[in-house]
Design a protein around this ligand. Structure first.
Ligand SMILES: *Cc1c(COP(=O)(O)O)cnc(C)c1O
Length: 460
């Protein structure tokens, strides 16, 4: 049976180039784990070896792997209509999903609600859509000077060139810097190191003041602010106080700048509410949803926006239209998966059940607070982050990058050997399990975390 996995490893490395990987690290520093199937929170190898998916397969999975209701919905859709051009044609899953997303989207009393849905086929593409829409809207009004975006330090919005331009993770961005669009970075409201909610709120106000100054300094030149509300994921699971979002919303209004909420990772219950924006009571002008949108089954992105943005493109001229498209925009299978995932979220009371699970995660994470290597344990909803003091050993980059440096690789391997997939982001170990995770499975995460911390000790 072991031989079966080894055979797959050889065949894989003969032909595949893996994402986010220095391929030189395979197979020795970075073991390859061939997965035969998934079941609930578990990934199961060809040799029957099981590993708990502690990161929901890159933050996509919500209800467990191979969830039968979503699998059935996709199968049924595949037998009915697998794909159709979405320009000039329509289909039931795309319309129904748009109706349901708009009904669930964050809504601020007194503000015109999000009213239109534009489909892309992955998160980065959805970010491109939001950025292009914001720019193009001003352009259509004859305002050609608004060519800049503002993003936050430590932000991540994807890997395509437009998305990379508003990202601030040096290892991903540095090489491509000459190719990137103009962006300005406002300081993150990151609450790292805060000893109280009041201190986190003071940091949020300080960051908002800096944003105000940046908007002032770039008056008339900015088309949008893009943020990951409450939780900057790839930047190291850094969390902030909702006050920042209220201030940012007000500042965007005051400067006539669009607010883009990138809820690609935070959406669909990850932060404890269906959308992170709800916790601040704000509504963005553009909302990007992906990852958990389909329950983690298929790539899809929905960009929600207002009637005002939509109306800015209505004209007799084709050039004023938003001509962006992807071959698989609004793919029926992906929309059917998303509808089935929404059914589960709503009918199974997942958000309420997650409150119990999040409390169980908090209870277990508390034991790591006093660990000598740990600087901070923090949590927002279904995400726990255990941040280590910076690695005193040799490291490639001080920034949060997936399993970077030798310590990161040691922690990754130790967690895997202890039965869980945990991919540290720089100095940050985190738990982001599928929502179906049970108490006994959380104990596996605890054991894997102990093993990872053991492996993180400086070796002498
Ligand atoms: C993952 C992610 C993206 C990019 O989505 P892809 O589907 O990987 O292209 C964008 N923004 C945030 C906040 C993300 O976490």
């Amino acid at each position: 049976m072991i031989a079966a996995s080894d055979d797959w490893r050889l065949r894989d490395l003969a032909v595949l180039w893996h994402p986010c990987t220095q391929m030189r690290e395979h197979p020795h520093a970075l073991p390859l784990f061939p997965v035969a199937r998934g079941e609930g929170a578990w990934l199961i190898g060809f040799d029957g070896h099981r590993v708990l998916d502690g990161i929901s397969s890159w933050w996509t999975n919500l209800h467990g792997h191979a969830e039968p209701r979503i699998a059935a919905a996709i199968a049924q859709q595949a037998h009915t209509l697998e794909q159709v051009i979405l320009a000039g044609f329509s289909h039931a899953p795309a319309v129904t999903l748009a109706e349901r997303l708009l009904a669930l989207a964050p809504h601020e009393p007194g503000r015109a609600p999000l009213a239109k849905v534009f489909y892309a086929d992955n998160g980065s593409s959805g970010v491109e859509v939001a950025l292009k829409m914001a720019f193009h809207w001003f352009h259509n009004r004859g305002d050609h000077g608004r060519t800049r975006f503002i993003a936050l330090t430590g932000s991540y919005h994807g890997e395509t060139l437009g998305a990379l331009a508003v990202g601030d993770i040096p290892l991903y961005r540095r090489v491509y810097a000459p190719l990137l669009a103009e962006a300005r970075f406002a300081p993150s409201p990151d609450a790292f190191g805060s000893r109280s909610p009041e201190e986190a709120e003071r940091k949020a106000h300080a960051a908002a003041d800096a944003l105000a100054a940046l908007l002032e300094a770039n008056a008339g030149q900015v088309c949008a602010l893009i943020i990951e509300p409450l939780l900057q994921c790839a930047g190291g699971m850094r969390m902030h106080h909702p006050t920042y979002l209220r201030r940012a919303r007000a500042l965007c209004d005051a400067h006539g700048v669009f607010l883009i909420a990138d809820e690609i990772a935070t959406g669909f219950g990850r932060t404890g509410t269906l959308f992170a924006c709800e916790q601040a009571g704000i509504q963005p002008d553009l909302l990007c949803l992906s990852k958990g949108l389909t329950g983690g089954f298929l790539p899809l992105c929905a960009v929600l926006t207002t009637q005002t943005v939509y109306d800015g493109f209505l004209d007799d001229s084709r050039e004023r239209a938003f001509l962006h498209s992807h071959s698989y925009s609004g793919n029926p299978l992906a929309c059917a998966a998303a509808l089935a995932s929404l059914d589960i979220l709503q009918s199974d009371g997942v958000i309420a059940r997650n409150r119990v699970t999040a409390a169980a995660m908090a209870e277990r994470a508390a034991q790591f607070r006093d660990h000598p290597l740990v600087a901070e344990v923090r949590q927002t909803g279904m995400v726990v982050a255990i941040e280590l003091h910076p690695d005193p050993g040799p490291s490639e980059d001080g920034h949060a990058v997936e399993i970077a440096g030798r310590r990161g690789l040691r922690m990754y391997r130790a967690a895997l050997a202890a039965g869980a997939l945990l991919r540290p982001l720089g100095d940050v170990l985190y738990w982001m399990p599928p929502y179906c995770v049970g108490e006994a499975e959380l104990d596996v995460l605890v054991r894997a975390t102990h093993a990872a911390l053991e492996a993180a000790r400086p070796c002498d």
